[in-house]
Ligand binder design. Structure first.
Ligand SMILES: Nc1ncnc2c1ncn2[C@@H]1O[C@H](COP(=O)(O)OP(=O)(O)OP(=O)(O)O)[C@@H](O)[C@H]1O
Ligand SMILES: [Mg+2]
Length: 141
C-alpha cells in the first residue's frame, strides 16, 4: 500500500442502535488493507469510544480516517455541547452521562482515558456551546 486511503463517516446522534458502525467499518477496511492486527485493535478501541462519545454527549458528528503506510490518523468533529474542563474529562471515572445512558452500560468515565491509552497521540479541542474536535493517531511500526 503506497497511497493514503481516506474514509469518511457521518455519525447519527439519534440512533443508539447504529452507534459503533463507523468504527466497525474502519476495522473492516484496515483488515482489507493488511494493517497489522495489533494496530487495528488499538484503532478500533479508540475510535469506538470516540464514536460513542459523539452519540451520547454531542448528538453525532463526522469522522475522518486517513490510512498511510506510517500511521492511522483519526479526526472526530462534533457540534455538541463541548467539554468544560478537558483535563477533568480525561480522568478515569469522570462522567456526566445521565442515568438513561448509564442504564445502557455507558458512563464509566473510561472512554477518553482509553482513547489516550490506545493511541500514540491524542489532542482535544473543545469549546462549550460550539463543539469538540478529537484528533488521534496510531503508528504502524
Ligand atoms: N464529544 C463530546 N462532547 C461533549 N462532551 C464530551 C464528549 N466526549 C466526552 N465528553 C465529556 O467527557 C466525559 C468523559 O468522557 P468518557 O468517554 O471518558 O466517559 P463517558 O463517555 O462518560 O463514559 P464511558 O466512555 O466510560 O462510557 C463525558 O462524561 C462528557 O462529559
Ligand atoms: Mg465515553
Amino acid at each position: 500500500m503506497n497511497n493514503t486511503v481516506k474514509l469518511h463517516y457521518i455519525v447519527d446522534g439519534e440512533d443508539f442502535t447504529r452507534a459503533g458502525e463507523a468504527s466497525a467499518d474502519v476495522k473492516k477496511n484496515l483488515r482489507k488493507l493488511g494493517v497489522p492486527p495489533d494496530v487495528i485493535r488499538k484503532v478500533a478501541i479508540a475510535l469506538y469510544e470516540g464514536e460513542i462519545n459523539m452519540v451520547i454527549h454531542a448528538n453525532g458528528g463526522v469522522i475522518d480516517v486517513e490510512v498511510s503506510p506510517e500511521c492511522i490518523s483519526m479526526a472526530l468533529k462534533d457540534q455538541g455541547k463541548g467539554i468544560e474542563d478537558v483535563e477533568k474529562a480525561m480522568q478515569e471515572g469522570y462522567s456526566t452521562a445521565p442515568d438513561e445512558v448509564r442504564s445502557l452500560g455507558f458512563g464509566a468515565g473510561m472512554g477518553l482515558p482509553n482513547m489516550k491509552k490506545y493511541t500514540d497521540s491524542m489532542k482535544i479541542e473543545s469549546t462549550v456551546g460550539v463543539g469538540t474536535n478529537v484528533y488521534m493517531t496510531v503508528s504502524i511500526s
